[in-house]
Design a protein around this ligand. Structure first.
Ligand code: EPZ
Length: 416
């Protein structure tokens, strides 16, 4: 398993370009199944999760190639409606292919995505909505078989604004005659990006970004060209890294309007930030203050995916912060590593209390999940001395050229 060797305590200075959003490209790649035509998708981040999605598309019978950040997929000749377990289990979000397969083939078969490092990843909300759409579901030993021959449009209400469930229902509904309405839908920017892709692919979709989404089914897909939105989570990761190392840098290709909760928290802690169009400038010259209380919420609240990197930043703040993780059951698995680096953090259930310290010290730590691994890496960049961060397979799922971009900003980080 590869690892980072980091010599910390170097300020990050310079400019870095934020890549396309992992959580936007994955549903769009799955959505390319529904049109039966060619999709050209630009600004794809080169991540292991994207490679896994391309493998699934090829297994389903699509022509699928990706080069230099552009994916070209033709889903004209599907050969199966089933995603095998070995491909499903490599990536949690592969369940999103189910809705696309039901829309296109009127049937679909996947295995349950296993419990993830950040807590269980149930799909009960997905399946409850599918049943309300007349999709017959058989769940035998973790293999979900769906029969959508009698699928119809429906008004479905989500008990929780689940991102994946919203996306899965949107995709299934493209194959249902009439208009499907989703209430209490997730409002994330990645849902809006999926809507924009589907509209270009010939489907009538509206309301994404609000809590009510409308999808009108059609069997007339179109050739589509689409550009993926920037990754707000990567932007937050680099912002915290620059501030933690007391550097001065510019992040290009940022959508500030996708990050208000995070930017508001940075302002609360007195961070010196300037927004100019799609550039976020940060100056970490002065030590930031602690933020009183961060509560993760569905969008537009403070994103759970930014919780760990923000906690890293708080370990060097002046004062005491409280972080409450309301979305996932086990998303504090980066705390042990931060404490090994000298952070003062106490957790009780889904609440963490962080007392800011003046410095962190290098240590050997392990990534246990994608964003927790990023949090440990940026803490290592700020820590005095050498750190080792292993289990980079988690980080590779969500950050393209992570160490190269950090080195561009002056970090002393090597992959071994
Ligand atoms: C998406 O996961 C993202 N992944 C996650 O990002 C992100 O943390 C999450 O949304 C929340 O914003 C992708 O988009 C690929 P959910 P998803 O369904 O769709 C519970 C990252 O680091 N739930 O909104 O799986 C669930 O257990 C990843 O980039 C049910 O109970 O998230 C969780 O507690 C991590 N039943 C909560 O809802 C269901 O049927 C939110 O899950 C579905 C979800």
């Amino acid at each position: 398993m590869s690892k980072y060797i980091v010599n910390g305590n170097n300020p990050l200075n310079g400019k870095v370009k934020i890549h396309g959003a992992k959580n936007a490209v994955l549903p769009v790649l799955a959505a390319s199944v529904v049109s039966g035509r060619e999709s050209i998708i630009h600004n794809c981040p080169m991540l292991s999760d994207v490679s896994e999605s391309m493998e699934i598309l090829k297994f389903l019978g699509c022509d699928a190639v990706i080069e230099g950040g552009t994916a070209v997929i033709n889903s004209g000749n599907l050969v199966t409606d089933e995603v095998p377990g070995e491909l499903m289990l490599k990536m949690r979000s592969s369940v999103i292919f189910l809705g696309a397969l039901i829309a296109r083939c009127k049937s679909g078969k996947v295995t349950l995505p296993g419990g993830c490092e950040i807590g269980p990843r149930p799909i009960d909300l997905h399946l409850k909505a599918f049943k309300e759409m007349g999709i017959e579901i058989e769940d035998r030993g973790g293999i979900i078989s769906c029969d959508g021959r009698n699928m119809k449009s429906a008004d479905v209400h989500l008990d929780f604004p689940s991102v994946g469930a919203t996306e899965n229902i949107m995709l299934a509904a493209t194959g249902a005659k009439g208009v499907t309405k989703i209430t209490n839908a997730a409002r994330e920017p990645e849902i809006v990006d999926l809507q924009e892709y589907l509209k270009k692919a010939g489907f009538m979709v509206s309301g994404a970004g609000s809590d009510t989404v409308y999808i009108e089914g059609s069997d007339e897909g179109k050739r589509t060209e689409h550009c993926i939105i920037p990754d707000r989570i990567e932007a937050a990761t680099f912002a915290c890294a620059v501030l933690m190392t007391r550097g001065k840098a510019e992040l290009d290709n940022v959508c500030p309007e996708h990050m208000w909760a995070f930017l508001s928290a940075l302002k609360e802690c007195g961070a010196d930030i300037t927004i100019k169009n799609d550039t976020l400038r940060l100056d970490g010259k002065k030590r930031i203050k602690a933020v009183k209380h961060i509560r993760t919420q569905p969008y537009p609240g403070f994103p759970t995916d930014m919780q760990s990197v923000f906690m890293s930043l708080m370990t060097l703040s002046d004062g005491t912060s409280v972080v409450t993780e309301n979305i996932f059951k086990d998303r504090f698995r980066h705390v042990d590593g931060l404490v090994r680096m000298g952070a003062d953090i106490v957790t009780d259930g889904n609440v963490a209390v962080i007392r800011g310290r003046k410095k962190l010290s290098g240590a050997t730590v392990s990534a246990n999940d994608l964003r927790g691994g990023a949090a440990l890496t940026i803490a290592a960049l700020a820590a005095e001395g050498e750190s080792v961060v292993d289990n980079l397979c988690y980080i590779d799922r969500g950050y393209e050229k992570f160490e190269e971009n950090l080195r561009l900003l002056g970090a002393d980080i090597q992959r071994k």
